[in-house]
Structures are given as C-alpha cells and as structure tokens.
Design a protein around this ligand. Structure first.
Ligand code: HEC
Length: 208
C-alpha cells in the first residue's frame, strides 16, 4: 500500500475544492445580470493584451481637448477564448468581449525625465459580440457597445448604448475586421491579412 504524506493529501483536497469553486463561480464573460446589464469584469487585466493607443484622435479638426486633459493611453484587452479563435480563423466568435481602458499619461514620474508612463484610470468601455442579443438593433452588426464611465462614477454594470451612440457608426464604417479596429492591432492584423478576413471596404488611406 502506498503511503501518502498527510500534507500532500490536504493539498490535493484543497486544490480540488478550489478548482470546483472557480468552475462554479466564474461564469465566462460576457456576463449579463438579471437587469440585462453587462457586468464589468474584475479580471480583464488577465485577458489577452491587444494594444495600447496614445493620443489617438479621429476627425477633421485638431485634437482640441488634448491641451486640457493631457495625453491619454488606451489599453485594449480581449477575452482569451476569442483571441484563440481569432488566431485560428481571423474572425471573432460570438461572445467575444473587449475592454478598452483609458489612462492619463504622466511625464516625469519617478526616475523618468522625458517620456510618458501610464497613470490614473479615466474610463472603461466595452464591446460585446452577441448576435442573438443585438442583431435586432439596426446598425449594430450584432455588437453592443457599453461604457462603465470613470473612477468615481465607475459602474459595476452598464446597459447597452443605443445604436444612436457614435460608437456604432464609427466602428461599422472604419474597421478592418468585423466591427473591430484590427488595423491598429499589429499581431492580429498580420493574422487577418494572412487568412483573408480583412473587409474589402477597409481603405487604409481613408480619413474621417
Ligand atoms: C470616431 C471613431 C470612434 C468612435 C466614435 C468610437 N470608437 Fe471605439 N475605437 C476607435 C478606434 C480607432 C479604436 C482603436 C483604439 C486603439 O487602437 O487603441 C477603438 C477601439 C475600441 C474598442 C476596442 C475593440 C475594437 O472594437 O477594436 C472598444 C471596446 C471601443 N472602441 C469602444 C467604443 C465605445 C463604447 C464607443 C462609444 C461610446 C466608441 N468606441 C466610439 C474608434 C472609435
């Protein structure tokens, strides 16, 4: 008969219990609550990191607000299962969820003298592909857009924005793959080009 050390037996039991717990408790995002609102994920920093934009501004005028608010970084994360499917097929599966996190840029923080580093959280936004849920919303392309607002008013859940919100039009008209700005996500753009999933309407020379 094999002698199992007491300590490792306890370890096995606790890790089994922890595994069962996390399986039961952690529903995969996107999670919609009873009120039909999208829950803000607590772990989006453990998703796949897509890109960081710095001071991106789209439109005919100069970035007028930049002086007042300083520079802003936008960090994009996507659910791991959706990322794996994109790497395989160059397309986003149903239930893909993105988080876009805006952070104020700091200059001269700590030992830095001249560059920009990421500081305070400004806002969290999200996009979810859920065709059954959103396809009836004309102009949605099966996507829903959400804002969880900023730090003090940071919301735990958010109702889908109406398709009159600017998000829908800009994301439908100017994106390289599906409703997403894959042209700005270098590693993903390579995959989409290789697999031929870049939209024929995508024009790299087009400006707003
Ligand atoms: C005028 C165009 C424009 C508008 C309006 C706009 N976005 Fe975007 N959005 C972008 C661009 C460009 C990116 C790529 C950002 C980057 O590379 O950092 C982006 C990226 C995103 C992403 C990351 C996933 C993706 O689709 O590529 C989310 C989530 C997002 N936007 C949400 C929103 C929400 C919510 C709104 C409305 C409240 C909105 N956006 C309005 C241009 C726009």
């Amino acid at each position: 008969m094999t002698r199992v050390a007491f300590g490792s037996g306890i370890y096995l039991l606790t890790s089994l219990a922890a595994g069962a717990l996390s399986l039961g408790a952690a529903a995969q995002p996107p999670v919609f609550n009873a009120a039909g609102e999208l829950e803000r994920p607590a772990d989006s920093r453990e998703w796949v990191y897509v890109t960081t934009g710095l001071d991106m501004f789209y439109g005919p005028t100069a970035n007028a607000t930049r002086g007042e608010r300083g520079s802003v970084f936008t960090n994009v994360f996507v659910t791991p299962a959706a990322y794996r499917e994109f790497m395989r097929s160059g397309t986003w599966p149903d239930k893909t969820m993105f988080i876009l996190e805006a952070r104020r840029a700091e200059t001269g923080a700590s030992i830095d003298n001249a560059g920009k580093s990421q500081g305070e959280l400004l806002a969290i936004e999200s996009a979810v592909k859920d065709v059954a849920r959103f396809r009836a919303n004309e102009g949605s392309n099966g996507w829903g857009y959400f804002t969880f607002d900023g730090p003090n008013g940071l919301k735990d859940s958010a109702r889908v924005l109406p398709t009159s919100a600017s998000c829908y039009q800009c994301h439908a008209a100017n994106t390289a793959v599906d409703n997403t700005f894959v042209q700005f996500y270098p590693t993903l753009f390579e995959v989409a080009k290789r697999l031929g999933t870049v939209k024929p309407t995508y024009d790299p020379a087009h400006k707003l």
